[in-house]
Ligand binder design. Structure first.
Ligand code: 13P
Length: 258
């Protein structure tokens, strides 16, 4: 059975002191929750300092990006090996902000995905359409194109070794959450597309929803059959909100088991 997973994406926010304070606030309540999985994706310079606090806890450390190349002459790059060495277990690849602000192509994202797997990290592959694409009715073809780039490079098996996050760009940081039905439709499309080639792999694939998830809407989203948790931006910076979202994931997980 797929478990629920909640990942916080702190983006480019905070100081080392505020990141440490955030962890200090969320770790004790999360330790009391059950078996859902929790991840925090912190800024690069904070990773090595935060790692010891997370060791042995129920929360895994993640990064927000990695370089598409191996170590070497890539000034400013951060390799998968470096992230693993810092204690990371997850890394976000292809976030829409990387795709749009930093002009990352589907192919670059696929290379990053491969690097993450090569170094034992679980990639959280973000896919999702812009508002204009949704309005033009091409949501599914955009998602398919983004998924296919990864499958072309690493095979379906590579996709299955990671996590997919559906993040409609129009819902990110806007307060405009996709409705549970809209999220479910996109997630079912993703799972169905994978199932077309490998039903078992599709069944086991964790697909997160991201885009203005808050404590107030998490439970409805996580109750959808193909929504396996969330990738949380703004609300992951607010301890009470993040813990409440994790609690909603835990509740949804328990509901599945009954
Ligand atoms: P918000 O939750 O702030 O909308 O951000 C979502 C996101 O981009 C997570 O990666």
């Amino acid at each position: 059975m797929r478990g629920k997973l909640v990942a916080g994406n702190w983006k480019m926010n905070g100081s080392l002191a505020s990141s440490q304070a955030l962890l200090k606030a969320i770790l004790p309540p999360l330790a009391t929750l059950g078996r859902a999985r929790y991840v925090v994706c912190a800024p690069y310079p904070h990773l090595a300092t935060l790692a010891p606090a997370l060791r042995g806890s129920s929360v895994a450390l993640g990064a927000q990006d990695l370089c598409e190349f191996e170590d070497g002459a890539y000034t400013g790059g951060v390799s998968g090996a470096m992230l693993a060495d810092c204690g990371c277990r997850y890394v976000i690849v292809g976030h829409s902000e990387r795709r749009s602000v930093f002009a990352e192509s589907d192919e670059t994202v696929a290379l990053k995905h491969a690097q993450a797997l090569k170094h034992g990290l679980t990639p959280i592959l973000c896919v999702g359409e812009q508002l204009a694409e949704r309005e033009a009715g091409v949501t599914e073809s955009v998602i398919a194109r983004q998924l296919d780039a990864v499958v072309r490079r690493g095979g379906l098996e590579a996709l299955g070794r990671g996590v997919v996050a559906y993040e409609p760009v129009w819902a990110i940081g806007t307060g405009k959450t996709a409705t549970p039905e809209q999220a479910q439709a996109a997630h079912a499309f993703i799972r169905g597309r994978v199932a077309g080639s490998d039903r078992r792999l599709a069944e086991g694939l964790t697909i997160l929803y991201g885009g203005s998830v808050k404590a107030g809407n998490a439970a409805q989203l996580f109750a959808m059959p193909d929504v396996d948790g969330g990738l949380i931006g703004g609300a992951s910076l607010v301890p009470d909100e993040f813990v409440a979202i994790c609690r909603a994931a835990q509740g949804a997980q328990e509901a599945i088991r009954i």
